[in-house]
Design a protein around this ligand. Structure first.
Ligand code: NAD
Ligand code: TDX
Length: 333
């Protein structure tokens, strides 16, 4: 592969993926196509070589724009999405536009241009919650909130596209991802940055019951790259961190790493429709040669240190639109 299009590459995982791919493949050129929503941030990309990385501002819900960007590429990797569950509960219009219509547009463009590879980045949330055991790729989607339903909708359109037209689509379903450059609406960077400032950590429903499986962002990116290169068209690959933790354990870990008191924990009203536990098996991707490399304790220490060292990055974000969102989301809880 010489030239790939990465959509949503100014966001958290997308920008880490672009950095990782440029470092791994010296011949590779990347077109980074991103709408720059509130979550897209050119600061995430300012260390990249402009000779091998071209940024294009555009919307995957705009069929003509994505068709133009994809012309002549060897592959497209789609990260572009509305990605935050709480925002999708406030209103899901953007989630449908991007996660369903946008994904359909990518499939249609790939069909028209005969794009050799299409990798759609999806999520373990499409399975919904599981009390015991882990989901495999053969389990049906049972999404429990507007975000995960929109992601499942995009997946179903794409799989039907493969079935009907043979469009060479592969899907990955990653678990909760953490690391540098994550927008501070998600629990981990929100709690780290609040704790640095001595602000409350709004833990939904005590955090005792809800379990997430934490995947370090570089491990997620290597899994996506492997599925892109070795995965089969029409197939789904789970990417699991193998680090299931209750939210209260994650919260205490953050406070411990920062040397802050548990008095900062503020128990707040639960998220409506809150999925209790996510758990997936990555056996299928492991059979292709993937394994997570980052140990949870080490990944947490690195990540918390990154937010400590990069206040320039998140302090700019925690103003304006973010403060308005934060007030709407948390003031009544
Ligand atoms: P993010 O919110 O940090 O970034 C999303 C990016 O997509 C932003 O740069 C935004 O500007 C861009 N974007 C949004 N709508 C667009 C549109 N219509 N056209 C073009 N660009 C658009 O998200 P993230 O956490 O990096 O997630 C990336 C992908 O990975 C998403 O598809 C998400 O569903 C999936 N995922 C995320 C996680 C996680 O824990 N964060 C886990 C599994 C899967
Ligand atoms: O303020 C909070 N308090 C809290 O207790 C927030 C924002 C979250 N939580 C809880 C809810 C969840 O149990 O923490 C857990 C993680 O919440 P999020 O960071 O919002 O992630 P989640 O809802 O699990 O979804 C994430 O993982 C799958 C990503 O946002 C998705 O993009 C990804 O697909």
């Amino acid at each position: 592969m010489k030239r790939i299009v990465v959509t949503g590459g100014a966001g958290f995982i997308g920008s880490n993926f672009v950095r990782c791919m440029l470092a791994t493949y010296p011949e590779l050129h990347i077109v980074n196509f991103d709408k720059l929503t509130y979550a897209g941030n050119l600061d995430n990309l300012n260390d990249l070589d402009p000779a091998r990385h071209m940024f294009v501002q555009g919307d995957i819900a705009d069929k003509a724009a994505i068709l133009k960007a994809m012309n002549g590429c060897d592959a497209i990797v789609n990260f572009a999405a509305g990605s935050h569950v709480d925002r999708s509960i406030m209103g899901a219009d953007d989630f449908i536009d991007t996660n369903v219509t946008g994904v359909y547009n990518i499939c249609e463009a790939a069909r028209e241009l005969r794009t050799p590879r299409v990798l759609l980045v999806s999520t373990d949330e499409v399975y919904g919650s599981i009390d015991e055991g882990s989901f495999t790729e053969d389990d049906p989607p049972r999404p429990g909130n507007p975000y995960s339903a929109s992601k499942a909708g995009g997946e179903l359109i794409a799989l039907a596209h493969f079935n009907t037209f043979g469009t060479p689509i592969t899907i990955t379903r990653g678990s909760n991802t953490y690391g540098p450059y994550q927008y501070p609406e998600k629990v981990l960077p929100l709690f780290v940055t609040n704790a640095i400032d001595g602000q409350p950590l709004p833990l939904y429903s005590g955090g005792e019951n809800n379990v997430r499986d934490w995947l370090y962002v570089e491990d997620h990116c290597r899994g996506i790259d492997l599925a892109l290169r070795k995965g089969q068209a029409g197939q789904i690959y789970n990417i699991a961190g193998g680090n299931e933790r209750r939210n209260i354990v994650l919260t205490r870990k953050i406070l411990d790493l920062l040397g802050k008191s548990e008095d900062l924990i503020k128990l707040v009203k639960d998220r409506p429709g809150h999925d209790r536990r996510y758990s997936i098996s990555a056996t299928k991707l492991k059979a292709l040669g993937w394994a997570p490399r980052m140990d949870w304790d080490q990944g947490m220490a690195l990540t918390v240190q990154w937010y400590r060292d990069n206040e320039w990055w998140w302090r700019k974000i925690k103003t304006g639109e973010f403060l308005e969102y934060y007030r709407r989301q948390y003031h009544d809880r």
